[in-house]
Each structure stands twice: as C-alpha cells, then as structure tokens.
Design a protein around this ligand. Structure first.
Ligand SMILES: [Ca+2]
Ligand SMILES: [Ca+2]
Ligand SMILES: [Zn+2]
Length: 427
C-alpha cells in the first residue's frame, strides 16, 4: 500500500502539471506496481506471453485453425454515483458492436490502413456477446447496474476498488467463465481504462491485484461505445478504449514496448514496428521513431495497441491476433464458446430449436421443427466435441450424464443451415 501511495503522489503531481492530460490506459503502470508488490509477476506474465507465441506459431494439434471463431461471453457492470454515470444499455450494446466490428475487421476505416501494413492487418475471428445466463443459471441482459460507494477518491486504478462490493464496487461474475467489464468514473488523474494480462495465478493472495477476482477490464463510463451521450473527449469517443483494453486482457502489450523515449524495448512481436513512444491521441502518420530491420517501417500509429486518436486506430496485426487466439485456447479458454465456421447460414434459432430441461442433470430433450435429418454436435466451452449424433425432426433425447457439470453448446446442422444453443449441466 505504501508503494501504491508513492505512485499515487507521483501521478498526482504529474496530473497537476497538466490538468487536461488523459491517461488513455494504465495497464503498464499497474503491472510495474504488481511487480514491486509481488516480485516475479512480470516474469510470470512474460512466460505466458512466450508460451502463447509458441502456441500461435507451433504445429500443435490443438492449435485453432483459421475457420475457428471464438465467441466471448461478456458481462458489463455499470457502477454509478450520479444519474449520468448510469449509462443506458443501448450504449453497452453499441460497445459490443464496436468490438465485433474491430475484432472481425469489419470496421469501415480499414481503408485507412496504410498500404505497407495492409498485408499484416487481420480479422481476429473473435466476437463478443452479452451473456444470456447469469452464474445462477437465470436469464440476464449481461448488464448489471449498481449504485457505487467508492469513497472520496472515487473509483480508480490505484486501488482497483470497482471490482468488489466490499470496496463499494461490484463483485465479478466468475472470471474464468465471463469477461467482466466494469464501467464507472475512473478518471482520477485522467485514467480512462486498464486491464491485466493473463497471469494464470488463481491462487495468489486475495486482493493482490493479480488474483482471479481482479481479471477483466475497467473502462471510464465516458469512453464506452461510439454513441456515448457524454464523451470525455472527441479523441476517445470511438469506443476503441475497450478494443485496446481487451487486447491487454488477451495478452497484448503496447506497440511501442513501453519505452520512454528510447527504442530499447518492443512488444515482443515482429510484425509491429518499433517505436519510442505512444502517439498520444494524435493521427500521426509521418513519424518513424526507431529503425526496423530488414525494412524500416514508419510507426504503426493505426494499431489498436497504440494511444492514437480513436478515429485513426483501425488494425491488429497477424501476430497480435495469434497471441490473442492462443490465450483464448489456453489461459482464457473458459470465457468463450468456439464455433467452427462452415459457411452455413444460421437457422432462426428461436423458433426451430428447443432444449429442455435447461439446466439439466444430464439427459435433455432436443426438439426441432427442421424438416431434414440433423447432425448434432455437443461441444464443451473449450471447443471439444463431447457428443456427436444424428437426429430426426421432432423430439430427441440426448445424454450428457457422463460429462462434468458446466456449460455446453449444442450445434444442430440441417441442410444448409446450422444453429447453436447453450445448455448447462448441474448436479
Ligand atoms: Ca514489435
Ligand atoms: Ca521505423
Ligand atoms: Zn494500454
């Protein structure tokens, strides 16, 4: 706590000297602080990053293939102390759309990616959705609204107090099953967001900052969505703070390697050029701050892991995508369901497929009105097929009694159509 206080004071005076400055992201500073509190933290995070890099480039039989799409189950926790901070669900849903556009490279501004970077830019094949079932198995919008009670400094990155009811915030939903995104006023000293990278350390001391209860993303209310009614600044009004912070949560580092004006470090990836510093809320396409080899690229200021103006961010590189997908197959596997895309159109799931009882102890009925014979696959949350069968129209009994409790996805394919439904096994 003493060290936190020192950091706090340093930032306090830095903040005083430039009252208008926004700190787009506080992830790196918090990681340095974790290292001081728990020596070995950085090494541990680095080891997981390097394992993900190997996974992404290796020949592992478990490596996800290009046609795999990861669907991330999200819950947003809106914490408020004023009515304006209690943002409408439409802003959260808009944020989900922005995430989906950017992670699927369906954003309109892909055309602004410079020609020298086009071949490196990619579709991460990662999608986001608001959870439809809460931890108790009840239907949910995937959004919670809670009156916060953070004390006189408010919610902030320094104490990470948004993440627990005991500190005036909101406890997470199980962080190994949901991506928790806390939304609140955290702009003490201009901070707008932060997230911890995977550290695979569920047994760290409670409230150590790296334990499982702290995993997730925190965003200032006024940077959520690109339709925010009260954006803190036009340079951060595109909803891309969330894109950046989820990048950290999935293991990415800042593209400039958190150098402070030098070219000594990089982000551990070859297809992002080196840079000496962040591009602070600018649209700078002329800078070339470090020499790269064999070809000297300009700084990649359009990369989501830079700090450029939201209107100038438009790409992840292939290697960044490799890291994120590797994390979703390993450290972050529980928060996704995995779709193997076959190019089929979706059925109208609401009217044609029904699973009951849900939750189930094991046996359940799949009822469908599809005309043709159906192929049925049941997958667990890491994408392994646990049951494969075919079935006729009408009611069919399926049995997951031999499988452990948990969430499963039932994929039904009929003719040219397919659909996925979720079922929970509870014993
Ligand atoms: Ca690099
Ligand atoms: Ca360069
Ligand atoms: Zn960051």
């Amino acid at each position: 706590m003493h060290k936190i206080t020192l950091l706090f004071v340093a930032i306090f005076f830095a903040g005083f000297s430039n009252a208008q400055q926004l700190n787009r992201c506080f992830t790196h500073e918090l990681m340095l602080e974790k290292e001081k509190q728990h020596p070995g933290y950085t090494q541990r995070v680095d080891a997981i990053f390097n394992a993900a890099k190997q996974y992404a480039t290796g020949k592992s039989a478990h490596r996800s293939t290009a046609d795999t799409v990861y669907h991330i189950r999200c819950v947003f926790h809106v914490l408020y102390t004023t009515p304006a901070e209690n943002i409408d669900d439409s802003v959260i849903r808009n944020q989900i759309e922005v995430l989906n556009r950017d992670y699927r490279r369906r954003n309109a501004d892909t055309m602004d990616t410079r020609p020298e970077f086009i071949d490196r830019a990619g579709d991460a094949r990662i999608e986001f959705y608001l959870a439809d079932t809460d931890p108790d198995g009840n239907p949910t919008t995937g959004i919670t609204h809670t009156v916060g009670n953070p004390g006189f400094l408010g919610f902030n990155a320094f104490t990470d107090n948004a993440k627990a009811a005991a500190t005036g915030g909101k406890d997470p939903w199980p962080t190994d099953q949901y991506l928790n995104i806390w939304v609140c006023n955290i702009s003490l000293f201009g901070v707008l967001g932060y997230a911890f990278p995977p550290d695979n350390a569920p047994n760290w001391p409670a409230n150590s900052g790296a334990d499982s209860s702290k995993q997730g993303v925190v965003l200032d209310t006024r940077v959520v969505g690109d339709n925010n009614p009260n954006p803190i600044d036009s340079t951060v009004s595109g909803g891309r703070s969330a894109v950046h912070e989820v990048g950290h949560y999935l293991g990415l580092r800042h593209i400039w390697g958190d150098n402070n004006g030098t070219c000594a470090n990089d982000d551990g990836l070859d297809d992002t050029p080196k840079a000496s510093d962040a591009h602070q809320q600018t649209c700078d396409k002329s800078s070339n701050t470090c020499v790269d080899s064999p070809v000297d690229d300009p700084d990649m200021s359009e990369n989501y892991m830079d700090y450029s103006d939201d209107r100038c961010l438009n790409m992840f590189t292939q290697q960044q995508i490799g890291i994120m997908r590797a994390m979703l197959a390993t450290s972050r596997a529980g928060i996704t369901w995995v779709e193997v895309v076959t190019g089929l159109d979706d059925l109208n799931t609401a009217s044609t497929i029904d699973l009951f009882p849900n939750p189930t102890k094991g046996k359940f009925t799949l009822r469908t009105t599809a005309n043709d014979k159906m192929n049925v696959l049941v997958m667990n949350t890491v994408g392994q097929t646990v049951l494969s069968t075919s079935s006729e129209s009408g009611s069919n009994t399926l049995d997951l009694s031999s499988q452990p409790s948990g969430i499963y996805y039932v994929k039904v394919t009929s003719g040219n159509e397919s659909a996925v439904k979720r079922i929970e096994v509870i014993r």
